[in-house]
Design a protein around this ligand. Structure first.
Ligand code: FMN
Length: 353
């Protein structure tokens, strides 16, 4: 039984203030490359009307040379509050990209200083900036000067266990003008392995005045509440827990606002959501959308006895029709056999990475 302490309840009862921008939810949907496109964000938004969404990270150098908006930067005017996330190591290119982000409708601009992927760090972006704090400061200053919306930073606790630099780094970001910082409680060396060390989020919160958002291992309402209690963070950001489960942000937000647990979706409702996701990806991206849909579809198929058989079928779909047919047959089969899921089979871990 999860409960919300009165002190947490009162701490979270006001809007999240990111500079001059107010958000009516303390639960954020993280940027996820290859996942949080317009289609996915619309699904999350269905269940989390007030939460902040993030685009996938956008390469500022790419924008500088191409000068046209890539599809991953496209924002629906109805989907606010929305942040566009950028990555790069060049303050001037990032400033230019940030202006394009604001023109596209971004309520805030977020700079990625946490991505661990070699392709990004070898060019000086993502978590490589943890080792170049002066460059990171110059980036924040340059972007803050270029745009009239709040600039935020998302980062990790350090490069590796012997270089946990987040306290100094976070302070520098605040001093350079960042209006919020999201701390993923892992080092770059950890990738996505091992537990997130929330302890460091608490320590960052103790020394900053700007809002601090806790990130890492928020897979449930219970984890979100525990992270908020243990760290004193101003909000939590959900990431892998939303893969195949766009309900999570809304479920946590609902609990924080009402103190009651929202009934989770049944396997049938999850598959109906998968079908909507597939259809929308196809409408937005055509055949490319179907290839991208494969991973999403397999993430949805969980929590009933023959889910792994279904995942195998969905992993290789080639067309929208094929995918919809497989999902609808699965829905029919579940409808005909409610006993296999009504007992609320313990849902497997939602972590897929
Ligand atoms: C598939 C995938 C894509 C990601 N893409 C981004 C990204 O574009 N920008 C970013 O700041 N973080 C990205 N992340 C990191 C997450 O936002 C988050 O910080 C991390 O997964 C930790 O949270 P979790 O333990 O709840 O998953 C990505 C993570 C995954 C698994």
């Amino acid at each position: 039984m999860i409960s919300l302490s009165p002190s947490l309840q009162s701490r979270l009862s006001t809007p999240l203030k990111i500079g001059s921008f107010e958000v009516k939810s303390r639960v954020l949907q993280s940027p996820l490359s290859g996942v949080t496109d317009l289609v996915f964000r619309r699904l999350v938004r269905r269940y989390a009307p007030d939460s902040m969404m993030y685009t996938e990270m956008v390469n500022a150098t790419g924008l500088h040379y191409v000068k046209e908006l890539p599809q991953i930067m496209e924002v629906d005017p109805k989907e606010r509050p929305i942040s566009i996330q950028l990555f790069d190591c060049r303050p001037d290119f990032l400033a230019e990209a940030a202006q394009m982000a604001v023109d596209e409708g971004a309520d805030t601009v977020d700079i990625n200083m946490g991505c661990p992927v070699n392709k990004i760090t070898k060019n000086g972006g993502g978590s490589a900036l943890l080792r170049e704090p002066e460059t990171a400061e110059a980036i924040v200053r340059s972007v803050v000067k270029a745009v009239n919306v709040p600039v935020t930073v998302k980062t990790r606790i350090g490069w590796n266990d012997s270089e946990i630099t987040i306290l100094d780094f976070a302070k520098r970001m605040e001093d350079a003008g960042a209006q919020m910082i999201t701390v993923h409680g892992r080092t770059r060396a950890q990738g996505y392995n091992g537990a997130a060390k929330w302890e460091w989020i608490r320590r960052v919160k103790e020394i900053l005045s700007i809002p601090v958002i806790g990130n890492g291992d928020i897979f449930s309402v219970e984890a979100a509440v525990r992270c908020l209690e243990e760290t004193g963070a101003d909000g939590v950001m959900c990431s892998r827990g939303t893969l195949g489960y766009p309900f999570l942000v809304g479920e946590i937000d609902y609990f924080l606002k009402t103190g009651t647990i929202k009934t989770p979706p049944t396997p049938i409702e999850r598959l109906e959501c998968a079908r909507d996701h597939l259809q929308a990806l196809w409408e937005y991206k055509g055949d490319r959308g179907i290839r991208q849909a494969r991973k999403h579809m397999t993430w949805y198929a969980k929590g009933f006895p023959w889910a792994s058989e279904l995942r195998g079928q969905l992993a290789v779909i080639d067309t929208r029709e094929q995918g919809i047919k497989i999902i609808e047959e699965a829905i029919d089969r579940l409808t005909a056999n409610p006993s296999v899921w009504e007992a609320r089979v313990e849902v497997e871990s939602l972590a897929v990475f």
